[in-house]
Design a protein around this ligand. Structure first.
Ligand SMILES: Nc1ncnc2c1ncn2[C@@H]1O[C@H](COP(=O)(O)OP(=O)(O)OP(=O)(O)O)[C@@H](O)[C@H]1O
Ligand SMILES: [Mg+2]
Length: 127
């Protein structure tokens, strides 16, 4: 079963997390600059001249990884957590879900073959 991992992390943690994922040979990654809020509904700042308009959405980074197998789901989530962690509110969240199908546009390969890279197994465990 293919798995999608979606992580919402601090901007300043992006490089650490991406490096850590590269080290375990996770190569297919999409990063987004996003705005979001969690359980605290963000921090209420008020824009000058807009007294009633709370700026509760904070900039975050979203990292999206599709894995060829659920075998790596736990590992990838733990690695992301480890490298995105500060221990303070706003560290973010990691979600996983099942992916039904995939296709590599260049070759028309489908399923796991569309996700795995030919040059390296994806991903490999550390240790
Ligand atoms: N339920 C959610 N759905 C979608 N995105 C979420 C959700 N929860 C958090 N996020 C994303 O994660 C970012 C960080 O959330 P945050 O870490 O503040 O969550 P929290 O539940 O408030 O936990 P904490 O108490 O650690 O702050 C948000 O800005 C948002 O982009
Ligand atoms: Mg929060």
């Amino acid at each position: 079963m293919m798995i999608k991992i979606e992580a919402y992390i601090r901007e300043e943690k992006m490089d650490d997390v991406l490096d850590a994922l590269a080290k375990i040979n996770v190569h297919g990654i999409t990063c987004y600059q996003v705005m979001g809020c969690g359980a605290q509904h963000g921090i209420k700042k008020y824009v000058r001249g807009h007294r009633n308009l709370p700026v509760n959405m904070l900039p975050k980074i979203k990292i999206e990884v599709i894995l060829g197998s659920e075998q790596w789901e736990e590992k990838v989530m733990q690695i992301i957590r480890e490298h995105a962690f500060t221990g303070h509110h706003g560290d973010g969240k990691i979600f996983s879900s099942e992916i039904r199908s995939a296709m590599r546009i260049r070759t028309g390969e489908t399923g796991e073959n569309a996700v795995f890279s030919h040059s390296s197994l994806n991903p490999v465990p550390e240790e």
